[in-house]
Design a protein. Sequence first.
Length: 237
Amino acid sequence: MEKNHAEGLILGLSGGIDSAVLAYICKRKFANKTTALIMPDTAITPKTETDDALKMISLTGIQYKLLDINPIVNEYSMYLEPNERAKGNLRARVRTNILYYYANAKNYLVLGSSDKSEYLIGYFTKFGDGASDITPIVSLYKLQVREIAKYLGVPENVILKKSSPHLWKDHEAENELGISYEEVDSILYCLFEKKLSTEDTQKTTGIEMSTIEKIQELNKNSEHKRLPAQKPDRDSR
């Protein structure tokens, strides 16, 4: 914060494990300078998620605001052609807009909650939950985040619950991906940390080659999410 002359930190708190870990980290050093925004879309976000987010507030003691984004999403939708996937990503971008509104108004930095598993396979919304000023846990795989959550004392139900961005009703990450995070992390670790080929990754993990290739393809196809906007090469004229 000193480097950026910021006066505080702000994060979106969903009730999931990644943002819960961020809240607990902030509690340790920046409790008086951290604000969490809990932003359900009450049309599709389970009440249990909001309850878990509020429980994180009571356990960490950080400041918070509870904002229902449903009226904003509905207002947008009145002027747009229907598309459930696009509307789901709109929810993520609305949340990010609100985070940056408060960050701008209060001179705060936005904390991103993406972990390395999500980052490498592009499992985030571009200019949505993928947008932030600081990404404290982006070097940690999902299973590592779970272990840190245990160490920090995050409630067990939050650690064990199915990961979900809740971009639409009954949205669960592993169902959408068609693969567990245990498998995702095993594959990514072999490919990106150990620099193994897909064949050696298959031998090491015992996971089907089609699944390994799927993860590799997700990484390749989401590269644009991890890079700045491309610009023309002056030398190509």
